[in-house]
Design a protein around this ligand. Structure first.
Ligand SMILES: [Zn+2]
Length: 566
């Protein structure tokens, strides 16, 4: 490919709208073009890299016995209504009526469609286990598209679905996919961490994410440096700091004029925040929920949402709290009736807490659970934090930011039951098929490679997914000898089947070297009047500083060696 003909121009300035490295570099390299918010076109260089990622993924899916098929992006909304996941996806689901006023959805994922297909094509235990996948366009109406290709509204995803007779079979399929995913990341040069995750709108029980730790990541991962425990912050557990317990003392009212926050109350009464109980109010599907948690700990809203089995959860407004007869700033679980109370299990470690009195400017000392109030449920709804104890080995937990590059789910039977996907066992008894779901977004994977592998000059592609392998860079092309030798070498490299990007522009050496670095092509071959004095070319690997002179007649062999060695 000739750079002069390339569709997509490099630019020197960092685009103002780009807030992540991958977004900046993809725009500067002329690899993507934003068509609408969260909607991008891939120009030829990025498309070549994406196709290579696609082929790696396809190869690993096929090796794991996945069967490739193709399902439509356009789906009847009815299918989503049958599983109830139209509500779980909410506004993220693109829906619209067709000309006959039948509601359609643009698929954000394909569990419903494939379960319906399975209901027609799987009858017997002999048909199982089975794994099927496709690589296709998905649509999600993200509230906040960001980071270029990192969070978009239209994207290519590989989604595989496993079908098994029982949980044991599902475990086997799950482990097979887990291994295949690890192979994919290794082949793309990414160190992806296996992280316990919340299932979110997809649903199901166990789920794991693969996360690449980078500064620009918007997911927080809590992990243990001493054992292998790692979990998304939505899901992470921890051993909460122990606080002193003691004999329960009698409840006593204390005046706290103007003190409404935990900081103010604990400062005023000279007790640590961990010696207080905090009241937090939520509206879950329209209903007020009273949450009680130790004053030094924050509520994990994903855990709370899962405990409540609700679709929508938000903080209550002060007006909603007051309307329920509660004194904001001095809210108390004591004496409350008619409101669902959910307590974090932190309230049972420790004794004699300070809590609100549900009277203005007043708090209570020596509040003890369950002596003084009852909760409808006491469970872990806390946000785990770095510094707390690892739930597996009790070492201190750490935290880091990362990008989710894959998500796998043990779905179980909730979708197959609703869509009639069942099989008959050897005794003739019918059972719902046990399903798993495994997804990778290709564009996000590409962007994550750039987030992980770049320097101040540009992208550093791993050879496996680089758009081209060789950047053929003649200097002073107006020199007839340079032009002649470069032309011969370009023809030769192409004839040998090597992937060459030929910078045939009459630009200065500085411009050409900068673009070669920006585009991140793994090997640069420079031909100039100087190298031709010894009938040689200069070969340099992208991230390395030093180069080597190689005689022209040995170039092809040297390049082939370099390409097979990496
Ligand atoms: Zn640990």
């Amino acid at each position: 490919m000739r750079v002069s003909k390339l569709f997509g121009k490099t630019q020197r300035e960092v685009p103002a709208e780009a807030d992540t490295i991958s977004h900046q570099l993809l725009l500067r390299a002329g690899m993507i073009h934003q068509v609408a918010a969260g909607v991008y076109a891939y120009l030829p260089l990025a498309w070549r890299a994406l196709k290579k990622i696609e082929n790696i993924i396809r190869d690993e899916m096929d090796r794991a016995d996945g069967q490739e098929l193709m399902m439509p992006a356009l789906q009847p909304l009815e299918l989503w209504q049958e599983t109830g996941r139209d509500l779980a996806f909410g506004k993220n689901l693109f829906t619209f009526p067709d000309r006959r006023e039948r509601k359609l959805a643009l698929g954000p994922t394909h569990e419903e469609v494939i379960a319906r297909i399975a209901s027609f094509n799987i009858q017997s235990y002999r048909d199982l286990p089975l794994m099927a996948y496709h690589i296709q366009t998905k649509f999600r109406d993200e509230p906040r598209p960001r980071g270029g290709l990192l969070r978009v509204r239209e994207f290519t995803m590989k989604d595989l679905y496993s079908f098994d007779v029982d949980e044991k079979g599902l475990d086997q399929s799950y482990n097979k996919m887990l291994k295949a995913y690890q192979n994919i990341y290794a082949r793309c040069g990414l160190p992806a961490l296996l992280v316990e995750a919340d299932s979110g709108a997809i649903g199901g029980k166990d789920s794991h994410e693969f996360t690449v730790i980078t500064e620009s990541g918007e997911d927080e991962v809590i992990y243990c440096p001493d054992c292998k425990y790692a979990a998304n912050a939505d899901k992470a557990q921890s051993i909460k700091d122990k606080i002193k317990s003691g004999e329960p003392l009698p409840v006593a009212e204390v005046k706290t004029p103007g003190m409404t926050s935990i900081e103010q109350v604990s400062g005023f009464l000279k007790v640590s925040q961990s010696q207080t109980l905090k009241a937090v109010f939520y509206i879950a599907d329209g209903r007020l929920i009273f949450v009680v948690i130790r004053g030094d700990i924050e509520v994990n809203e994903v855990k709370l949402k899962n405990v409540l089995h609700c679709l929508e959860l938000r903080l209550a407004t002060e007006a909603e709290v007051v309307a329920a007869g509660i004194v904001a700033g001095s809210a108390s679980p004591i004496g409350i009736t008619g409101i669902k109370i959910i307590a974090d299990d932190s309230i049972i470690s420790g004794a004699n807490f300070v809590a609100g009195a549900n009277k203005p400017d007043t708090h209570l000392r020596n509040v003890n659970y369950p002596r003084d109030f009852k909760a409808d449920l006491v469970t872990d709804i806390a946000l785990a934090r770095a510094g707390e104890g690892c739930p597996k080995c009790q070492s201190k937990l750490s935290s880091a930011h990362g990008i989710e590059v894959g998500h796998i789910f043990k779905l179980g039977t909730f979708i197959s039951e609703k869509l009639g996907a069942s099989f008959v066992d050897p005794k003739g008894i019918s059972h719902p098929i046990v399903m798993g779901s495994y997804g990778i977004g290709l564009g996000r994977l590409l962007a994550t490679v750039i987030e992980y592998s770049h320097d101040d000059k540009g992208i550093i592609w791993p050879l496996s997914i680089a758009p081209y392998h060789i950047y053929l860079c003649p200097l002073y092309l107006e020199n007839p000898l340079v032009a002649a030798k470069t032309g011969e070498l370009y023809a030769d490299l192409k004839a040998q089947g090597l992937e060459v990007l030929f910078d045939d522009r009459e630009e200065s050496p500085g411009v050409k070297f900068n673009d070669a670095d920006l585009l991140g092509i793994p090997i640069r071959v420079t031909i100039s009047p100087r190298t031709l004095k010894t009938n040689s070319v200069e070969i340099k690997k992208r991230p390395e500083k030093k180069s080597q002179l190689v005689p022209l007649e040995e170039v092809v062999i040297r390049l082939k060696e370099l390409l097979s060695a990496t």
